[in-house]
Design a protein around this ligand. Sequence first.
Ligand code: PMT
Length: 402
Amino acid sequence: MRKKTVVLGVTGGIAAYKAAALTSQLTQKGIDTWVILTESAARFVTPLTFQTLSKHHVFVDTFEERDPAVVSHIDLADKADLFVIAPATANIIGKMAQGIADDMLSTTVLATVAPVLICPAMNVHMYAHPAVQRNMNILKEWGYHFAEPGEGPLACGYTGKGRLAESESILTHIEYLLKKGNRKTDLKGKRVLVTAGPTREKVDPVRFFSNRSSGKMGFAIAEAARDRGAEVLLVTGPTSLPKPSGVITYPVESAEEMYHAVMEKIEEVDIVIKAAAVADYRPKEVHDQKIKKSEGQLIIELERTKDILFEIGKRKKHQFVVGFAAETKDVEYYAKDKMSRKNVDMIVANNVKLVGAGFEEDTNVVTIYVKNGQEISLPKMSKREVADAIFDQIMGLLEQRE
Ligand code: PMT
C-alpha cells in the first residue's frame, strides 16, 4: 500500500511540545509526516526538533521556496492524505473559519482538499468563548474533523476543558481518517429519512414530559447524508439547533406527530435512521387548563406511545432501517434485542453514561450492530464522524445486497 502522508500544522501554544512526540509517533508508524510551524509555534519548539523527527525540511515562512520546481504551500496541500493541526489555537481556528490565509499554515490548509483534523488546545475561557465556539461550528458544518480537547489542569493555571486531546486518541483518529479517505458522494440518488431530537408529551398548556436529546446526533446524520449527495428528509422534535440547509425539515412535537410524519414518507425513502429519543409514555389525559397545585401528591397516569421503529420494522420492504439504542447498562444485550424485536437492519448503540457519549454532547461513542452479526466499535468521535461511519457501513452492506 502507498505510504500515507500527513501534513502536521503546529500553532503557538504550550502544547506545541506534544506535537513533537506526535511527529515521532507518526513516523514510527510509517506515516510520511511533513510539518508546518507558525512563527509563534517556532518560539515554543524549534524547527530543528521537527526536522530531526520527521526527516523532512520544516516549513515556517510562505516565501521560503526551497524547491524551484514547485510552489511549497500548494505542493504540501496536494501531498496530504490528511491535514492535522495540533495544537490548534483559537487564532488558527478563527482564521480558518474566516478563510484568512496570511501565513504558511493558514495558506496551505486553505489550499488542501484533504480531510482536516483540528486538535484545539487553549485556555478554558478561550475555548468556551462564543467566538471560538462559533468558529468551530462553522468548520464542523464544512466537514472539518475535531479531536475534542480534554479536561484537567491547564498550563495557564486554570482547570477545565482546553488540554490537547491525548496523543493516543489523536493517533487513533488519524488512523481512522487515513483509512476512511476523502469525502464521498456515494449517497447520490438515495432518499434518506432521519429522525432527531426529543419529543414533548403535553400534560397541560404549560407543562410537558420530554428528555435530554438536543438533536445533535440526528442533525449530524442528516448533514452527512446531504453532503454525500442524498436527498434528506429530517423529522425533528423541538431543538434549538438551526435547520440544516439543503435538507427538508419537518418539525414535530409529540411521538404521535413524529409517527404520522414518518409514516407518511416511509414508502418513498431508501434509508431510515431513527436517532430521535422518542417518548415511550405520555400522559393519558392532557388537561385543557393549567393544573393548579393542591395539598398532597399529584398522580399523572401515563400510557404507551406508538413505537415508530417497531411499526417501520413491520412495514419495511426495500428500505434499509437503522435504529439507535440509548442504554445505561448491558448495552450489547439490549441493542441486539431491539434489533431483532424491531426487525431493523442495524442498531447504533450508545452507552449514554459514558463521558463524551449520548445526550447533548458534541461527540459520541457507539458500537454498530448489524443484522448479519457484524459489530463495529468506534472510538470517541464527533457526531458528524459517527454519522459518516454509519453511512460507510450502510453503503458497504447495500453494495453487497445489489
Ligand atoms: O440528540 P442528542 O443530544 O445528540 O443525543 C443523541 C441520542 C442519545 C438521543 C441518540 O444518540 C440516541 O441514542 N437516540 C435514540 C434514543 C432512544 O430513544 O433510544 P431507545 O433505546 O429508547 O429507542 C430505540 C429506538 O427506537 C430508537 O431508534 C428510537 O428512535 C426508537 N423509538 C423509541 C420509542 C418509540 N416510541 N418509538 C421509536 O421509534
